[in-house]
Design a protein around this ligand. Structure first.
Ligand SMILES: Nc1ncnc2c1ncn2[C@@H]1O[C@H](COP(=O)(O)OP(=O)(O)OP(=O)(O)O)[C@@H](O)[C@H]1O
Ligand SMILES: [Mg+2]
Length: 325
């Protein structure tokens, strides 16, 4: 069943078309990744789906409810972790969550139990009575995820949930996120700039200039870039190239002492290659196209940061800015 349905959604702000006629569906119980460069329209789409902004035209349904006409039912069906933190820093972790539970009309008798469960889930139980202002960035993010789950939503929206976190906190939060569909029967709709996070999405839509330019599972998207690349170190490249051509009718390129060939099924091809070339093979490496390759090909831009943390790229930008001024 599709828990989110979006049909031809358009959002304009005074002449600027932020979202330009997008359509997609999200299956219940899955993790859906919404990727795109800065300003592509990701947060705007989330705002419309979460009833925080109205669409210029088109339609969005969540849990069967129309985001424009049944906003209160939509709101009860969703949880949100915003791109910028929205916790009250002068309250404790427990108070932040119980306040949220009150707002969402959770029964008084149930609040304590639910808050405790959610805080335990994100591994902050020992810190539940500490003021949020004493929390690290990663702890705040985890607490926001817990808050998003308090009213047992069907869909949880996560807008850049791990942006700016160190690798350890990201991994930590990421573990929490991937467990959610199973443990809380919630569907995740998330945006991220980190490719390795997008890898775990069941489906991904790539948005650029307000339009969806590609959609599919990570594997499907990678297949659109071209085949796997196999690189081979051999004792005799000349002989090996000849054999590869004779046996498999594949052309191998030689670069810096290694042979390179592409194949749509690299993993299936490697055993045949080794059988064919015998002990002439010194080592074999299989490189799959990454989601970053997909992104680069489709948008002409590298997603913000290939592997490192967001902070490192921000620091580099600051350094470059200082050098220029
Ligand atoms: N309230 C607003 N008023 C006017 N223009 C807006 C408003 N919100 C967003 N925009 C514009 O809409 C476009 C899409 O912005 P949006 O925040 O949806 O991008 P995004 O994909 O979330 O980017 P990022 O990766 O930087 O978070 C941008 O050009 C932005 O300037
Ligand atoms: Mg955004």
């Amino acid at each position: 069943m599709a828990i989110i349905k979006v049909e031809n959604l358009v959002k304009r702000y005074n002449g600027l078309t932020a979202v330009d006629g997008i359509s997609f569906e999200v299956e219940e119980g899955t993790i859906f990744g919404f990727l795109g460069p800065n300003g592509a329209g990701k947060t705007t789409t989330i705002n419309v789906l979460c009833t925080l902004a109205s669409a210029t035209s088109g339609r969005a349904l969540i849990n069967g409810y129309d985001c424009a006409r049944e906003s209160s039912k939509v709101r009860k069906s969703i949880g949100i972790v915003f791109q910028d933190t929205t916790l009250d820093k002068d309250l404790t972790a427990y108070e932040n969550l119980s306040f949220h539970a009150h707002l969402y009309g959770v029964k008084k008798s149930e609040i304590r139990g639910r808050v405790h469960d959610a805080i335990r889930f994100v591994d902050l139980f020992d810190r539940k009575d500490d003021l949020v202002k004493k929390f690290s960035g990663g702890m705040k993010r985890r607490l926001e995820v817990a808050r998003g789950l308090i009213h047992r939503p069907r869909v949880l929206f996560l807008d850049e949930p791990t942006l700016g976190l160190d690798p350890q906190s990201r991994a930590n939060l990421w573990e929490v996120i991937t467990e959610m569909p199973k443990k809380h029967r919630v569907t995740i709709f998330m945006t991220t700039h980190y490719m390795e996070e997008a890898e775990v999405c069941g489906r991904i839509a790539i948005i650029d200039h307000g339009r969806i330019i590609a959609e599919g599972s990570p594997d499907e998207l990678k297949k659109t870039v071209g085949g796997d690349v196999i690189s081979l170190k051999t004792r005799d490249n000349e002989w090996s190239r000849g054999e590869i051509s004779r046996l498999f009718n594949i052309h191998a390129d030689e670069k810096e002492g290694e042979l390179y060939l592409t194949s749509n099924r690299g993993d299936a091809c490697i055993p045949d290659l080794i059988r064919g070339l015998g002990d002439m093979v010194v080592s074999v490496k299989l490189q799959r196209p990454t989601l970053n390759d997909v992104f680069l090909k489709l948008t002409g831009k590298a997603i913000r940061d290939e592997e490192g943390s967001g902070m490192s790229s921000i620091k580099e930008e600051v350094r470059a800015y200082r050098r220029r001024h």
